[in-house]
Design a protein around this ligand. Structure first.
Ligand code: XBP
Ligand code: MG
Length: 266
């Protein structure tokens, strides 16, 4: 039975990567570095999860310095610290909204007694800033567990951050559903034994989502047209909760019927 939903953050709760990219570029400009990441380059750089790791990867590439100079760790840390502060300032501007269905699913899940957690590569300050910007001041507390950023040794597509979230929840992956937006995220969640719903983000469109329990453009696509709504349920988002519960049940039941998948879930 579905006991918890574990949400990814960037690209899943909201389309945030445009804001991350703008924050990186402003930090580079303030440091007097002639680096500017455009959309195509950022799409490529997003294959590397983690902002500090992304900067390091760029520095070592031909577009950056083509090498890793001594002491570059200090430069990377300083740039990332400033980028994180800029990101929070940009979010406070209020331009970022939750993706369709996210607020309703969170509300409906809480009312239905489904526990909520976050498993993200992004830095913890970014999580709080985003939750307050797109939901409301009380929203960080809606998530019983927030596993983020450097709290684990290996970032997505490694499963570490999802394993950490499961450990804090005290739940078996079989009793949870992950929601992700990217191939790295899907790989991390499935490697942790989680059935995973994917709502591809702008930068992840076209990724290979093999292994997903379901891929839909946006969460409301899980619920049929209004005529199929369950009329005796109190509000629309409970239909979304029902659809998520059904998706989880089917995924775990199918996995149990396929030995290789069953092993992953066990
Ligand atoms: C997305 C990431 C993060 C963000 C930038 O995380 O890979 O690195 O792009 O945030 P997720 P930081 O999809 O797992 O939420 O600069 O704080 O890493
Ligand atoms: Mg993501």
């Amino acid at each position: 039975m579905l006991q918890a939903i574990i949400f990814d953050v960037d690209g899943t709760l909201a389309e945030t990567e445009e804001v991350h990219c703008a924050a990186f570029n402003q930090a580079f400009a303030e440091a007097g570095l002639g680096w500017r990441w455009n959309e195509d380059l950022y799409r490529e750089l997003l294959k590397v999860t983690g902002g500090k790791e992304r900067i390091a990867s760029f520095i070592e590439s031909a577009g950056g310095l083509g090498m890793r100079p001594a002491g570059v760790e200090t430069l990377i840390a300083d740039l990332h610290r400033r980028k994180t502060a800029i990101y929070a300032e940009l979010l406070a501007g209020g331009s970022v909204k939750p993706r369709p269905g996210v607020a309703g699913l969170i509300e409906g899940a809480l009312i239905d007694g489904i526990r909520l957690a976050i498993a993200t590569t992004t830095s913890r300050p970014n999580v709080d800033a985003l939750l307050i910007a797109i939901l409301d001041a009380g929203s960080p507390s809606a998530f019983e567990v927030i596993a983020a950023g450097d709290s684990v040794a290996a970032k997505k597509p490694a499963p570490d951050i999802f394993i950490a979230a499961l450990g804090e929840l005290g739940l078996h992956p079989r009793d949870c559903l992950a929601i992700e937006d990217s191939q790295n995220g899907l790989r991390a969640a499935t490697a942790a034994g989680l059935a995973t719903l994917v709502t591809p983000s702008h930068y992840a469109r076209g990724d290979d989502f093999t292994g997903a329990a379901r891929v839909v453009d946006v969460l409301p696509a899980l619920v049929g047209p209004p005529k199929t709504r369950n009329a005796n349920r109190p509000f629309p988002s409970s239909d979304l909760v029902d659809a998520v519960r059904m998706l989880h049940h089917r995924a775990v039941t199918n996995a149990a019927s396929v030995p290789s998948l069953a092993a992953a879930v066990e």
